[in-house]
Design a protein around this ligand. Structure first.
Ligand code: LLP
Length: 387
């Protein structure tokens, strides 16, 4: 996975740092274009997964649209070259000032998550003499079979408008003079590994699409969100998610009317496998029942294991020839017992100074880091070396 040249450059750097393989990233974008964009689908990249300007520059170059969830992300997207008419602005709790940012930029649409939000956007748009384009995020009550913290489409989740509120919405819409309803939006969760939930989503989306059309609304945008998972246990063999199968599922099951566009909001599957967290072993110690390897990255640099019990592959990438395998608890330096990357993890015997790569960290890695414990800011490295 890592070339000798890359490894040599790692040896000279202070760890930990995030490393991005631009070659793999570009190939991933090519697959998205080949299997999604070529079908006429509009693919919004979910900035929340990774909003590094260099990553965004590649995405702009590939011609994708943007999915933002804060005023800050809308600003970042425009600064990095996304055209405002390609920006969707989602989020269950937008502040007025953030809605103003969307209005000022005349973005493609707001994905609206409650009746009250719809009224507030109408009010703010009216104050600015504007019409806000809106897609209603409807909670489809489809189980994504993923971790409970990242499932979003069940009726008990805080996200989206419940179907029971639709009669109110239909009554309200004609009274909102500064709202143009342009679409419906769904997102059922993240790290969805099977295609079945996406099929169920299509069937629900078709039903809801018919309900709106029968009420006389012409919806242009059918936005089915993101959520396509990546293979955390085998990043080398599955460096690029199977976009052919993913988009194929929608092609097969979604019923678009002739005037309708299919939109997606993909984050993790776009950038997840292209990033690694590079770290060094600080110390090893033998406990009563286990061996500990204490590394210089912690939950401050990658919170996913502590927060979602996520399991990232950890590879030793500096020289380790002829070392026996051993079992470790690989832990970070933070003063929290949850600062554990792996338990009972089989890896070559570790020594102080070994360089490790924590894989599949391109999405929800760097963006979720914190300065807890007053940790020093860490660096980022990019390589566009081709193999
Ligand atoms: N659209 C909406 C409305 C979303 O809420 C999300 C992610 C996406 C699109 C992009 O989903 P993706 O394609 O990346 O699955 N921090 C968690 C993931 C949180 C996902 C939040 N919403 C993690 O590290 O697993």
């Amino acid at each position: 996975m890592f070339s000798t040249k890359q490894l040599d450059s790692f040896k000279k750097r202070t760890t930990p740092f995030y490393f991005y393989d631009l070659n793999l990233f570009r190939k991933t974008l090519e697959q998205i274009k080949e299997h999604g964009v070529s079908k006429g689908y509009h693919i919004h990249y979910a900035l929340k997964a990774n909003s590094h300007p260099q990553i965004l520059a590649e995405i702009v170059k590939a011609g994708l649209s943007a999915d933002c969830v804060s005023g800050g992300e809308v600003e970042r997207a425009t600064e990095c070259g996304f055209s405002p008419n390609k920006i969707a602005f989602a989020g269950v709790g937008k502040r007025d000032i953030e809605i103003e940012i969307g209005l000022k930029n005349n973005i493609l649409c707001f994905n609206v998550e409650s009746v009250q939000e719809l009224q507030v956007i109408d009010q703010l748009a009216s104050q600015n003499n504007q019409t806000a384009r809106v897609a209603l995020r409807i909670n489809p009550n489809v189980d994504a079979n993923t971790h409970k913290y990242i499932t979003t489409g069940l009726k008990e989740n805080k996200f989206g408008i419940n179907e029971k509120d639709l009669p109110d919405i239909f009554k309200l819409l004609p009274t909102l003079n500064n709202i143009e309803l342009v679409g419906i939006h769904f997102h059922i969760g993240s790290q969805i590994e099977k295609l079945e939930p996406f099929k169920k989503l299509c069937l629900r989306a078709n039903e809801l699409n018919d309900i709106f059309e029968n009420k006389g609304y012409t919806l242009t945008i059918i936005n089915v969100g993101g959520g396509f998972g990546i293979n955390y246990s085998n990043p080398d063999e599955n460096g690029i998610p199977d976009f052919k199968k993913f988009f194929g599922t929608f092609e097969k099951h979604i019923n678009l009317k002739p005037h309708q566009q299919l939109h997606f909001e993909l984050g993790r599957s776009v950038v997840g496998q292209s990033g690694s967290l590079i770290t060094r072993v600080l110390f090893t110690k033998t406990g009563i029942e286990k061996n500990f390897a204490i590394i210089d990255a912690g939950m401050t640099e990658l919170i996913r294991p502590a927060l979602y019990q996520a399991k990232h592959e950890i590879q030793i990438i500096s020289d380790h020839a002829n070392r026996p395998e051993k079992q470790y608890e690989i832990v970070g330096p933070i003063c929290e017992s949850s600062d554990v990357f792996r338990t009972g993890y089989e890896i070559a015997e570790l020594k102080r100074g070994d360089i490790l790569a924590i894989r599949s960290c391109g999405a929800y890695g760097e963006v979720m880091k914190s300065q807890y414990n007053l940790r020093h800011e860490i660096g980022t490295a990019f390589s566009d070396e081709t193999e």
